[in-house]
Design a protein around this ligand. Structure first.
Ligand SMILES: Cc1cc2nc3c(=O)[nH]c(=O)nc-3n(C[C@H](O)[C@H](O)[C@H](O)COP(=O)(O)OP(=O)(O)OC[C@H]3O[C@@H](n4cnc5c(N)ncnc54)[C@H](O)[C@@H]3O)c2cc1C
Length: 477
């Protein structure tokens, strides 16, 4: 196969770039190591579209954060993922912290961010009554939002595929060789030639750069643990709540997710292990101790699920985006937070770089920006639910009781790319509720096995060896 641009890595960055490039008359391929897109950091983050004022204006990530923030409304209107602008409060809990709010305000205003306001204690508590009475003041930022990051990633990939992206999942790049006018890219089962390579391999971007012989940076993983709370706490806060930031992190936050549950986290600890997605007792203690300072009504006993993600921090801490010493190889690396926020702006920037490097960009006449809206049974009126269930029997069979997800929605998710239990879960919410899959796991597995024509024992949680059940081994005692 020969393409014009080959993207390595199907996280939100690779998928956003792919979708942006499919607007043009180009042959574009994306190679993703995992069985589905979005299974790296892009699924395991805080889901915040940051307001732009937390990062310095003289960094690349500082510029792309605010530029990206402003592109999310249009993206959401086209692709239909969960996104809303909740606004944010960064709270000072002592008079000593108050100057930090002023500093963040000046930082935001220098970038032209409108609507930032410092609120006094009374206004803060009148607006968010469940915050600690110890609050001294807060910085209000209206442009901050929350997004379902996995839905955004799936939507970007699906839209790109509908616009002729050649998506190859389960395809780790294992070799790269420079050609006279392009690159030969190897996976264990294929070879592709391309004029341009985009390295969007997240935590492994330094290793991919090594394969190409253009490594100029290292990735230092920084783990973040997150804790999801029971729906009992829905509405505890309306806005994303930040403490005053520290030098390494924006701090541990209280996040009202798009779906209504409250999430708390993340921690920020460096690790050598690029595969360590464990949560820890110490991490949980750190998170709950921190958020109880902000909102004392939160208790660790409300936790229904926990996960960890790894930020891909490059030397120096900034994003590493641009051409390299070898023609046609472009890095999009070190995309730590606020990489999700910046993703749409990064996609525009990379397209401009490709153009500057000599790739002709001719817009397609038939680019289809929108996706068909999936059925979300739980949010239909009772009358609409009854009508749909009567018309199509699959919508009359409930798969997930906690989140009211029907078999029809699971079948639809599989048709749109889900190959695993996590793929179904993150597209439909089956398994995300209070019982965390206790009821629906076997049902989802049955539907996956039937629709993908694979044995029940071949269904995995997220690909590889993450099987749920095994064949009975008669030889075992
Ligand atoms: C705990 C945490 C909280 C965060 N919160 C926020 C937030 O609230 N807001 C925000 O803006 N940002 C946040 N971020 C940052 C954000 O999640 C990342 O910036 C973003 O997801 C990076 O996307 P990516 O595509 O670069 O990486 P990834 O999603 O990791 O994608 C890289 C992909 O490359 C693939 N890959 C690797 N090697 C190869 C290979 N050899 N061949 C093929 N494929 C390969 C991987 O499998 C992976 O799918 C957070 C991050 C973490 C960890």
């Amino acid at each position: 196969m020969h393409v014009d641009v080959l993207i390595i890595g199907g996280g939100v960055i690779g998928c956003a770039i792919a979708r942006q490039l499919t607007r043009y008359r180009l042959r574009v391929a994306l190679l993703e190591r995992e069985v589905e897109v979005g299974f790296g950091a892009s699924k395991a983050n805080s889901g915040i579209i940051h307001g732009g004022h937390h990062t310095a204006a003289d960094t690349l990530k500082g510029r792309l954060e605010w530029a990206g923030n402003q592109l999310w409304d249009a993206l959401c209107a086209e692709l239909g993922f969960g996104f809303k602008r909740t606004g944010e409060l960064t709270v000072a809990l002592s008079p000593e912290e108050a100057p930090t709010l002023e500093q963040l305000l000046r930082n935001g205003e220098a970038k032209g961010i409108a609507g930032l306001e410092i609120w006094d204690r009374e206004r803060t508590l009148a607006t968010e009554p469940n915050l600690t009475p110890n609050v001294v003041a807060a910085l209000y930022a209206p442009a901050t939002g929350v997004v379902n990051p996995y839905e955004a990633c799936f939507g970007l990939a699906e839209s790109a595929v509908r616009n002729s992206l050649h998506l190859m999942t389960g395809s780790p790049v294992v070799g790269l060789a420079a050609l006279e006018d392009g690159w030969l890219v190897r996976t264990p089962d294929s070879e592709i030639t391309t004029r341009f390579v985009i390295n969007a391999a997240g935590l492994y971007a330094d290793r991919v750069a090594d394969l190409a012989g253009v490594r100029t940076f290292s990735i230092h993983p920084r783990k973040g643990e997150e804790y999801l709370l029971d729906k009992r706490l829905r509405g505890l806060v309306q806005r994303v709540i930040f403490p005053c930031p520290t030098p390494v992190s924006k701090g541990i936050l209280v996040i009202p997710t798009f779906d209504g549950t409250i999430m708390v986290g993340p921690t920020a600890h460096s690790t050598e292990d690029r595969a360590d997605r464990t949560t820890t007792a110490a991490g949980g203690d750190e998170v709950f101790a921190a958020v109880q300072q902000l909102a004392p009504g939160i208790s660790a006993r409300d936790c229904i699920a926990e996960f960890a993600g790894l930020r891909a921090v490059a030397d120096g801490g900034d994003f590493v985006i641009g051409p390299t010493a070898k023609r046609g190889f472009i890095n999009v690396a070190g995309i730590q937070s606020p990489g999700l926020t910046a993703a749409p702006a990064i996609a525009v920037m990379v397209t401009e770089i490709l153009h500057d490097e000599g790739l002709p960009l001719i817009l397609k006449d038939d680019f289809a920006p929108t996706l068909p809206k999936p059925v979300h049974f739980a949010s239909l009126s009772t009358a609409a639910q009854i009508a749909l269930a009567a018309k199509e029997r699959r919508y009359s069979r409930l798969v997930c009781r906690c989140e009211t997800v029907t078999e029809g929605e699971v079948v639809d998710a599989i048709a749109r790319g889900a190959r695993t239990l996590d793929g179904v879960k993150f597209r439909t919410r089956a398994g995300m509720g209070r019982c965390q899959g206790g009821f629906c796991t076997a049902r989802c597995m049955e539907v996956l096995a039937r629709e993908l024509s694979i044995p029940f024992t071949a269904v995995t949680k997220h690909g590889g060896a993450s099987w749920i059940v095994r064949e009975r081994n008669e030889e075992l005692p």
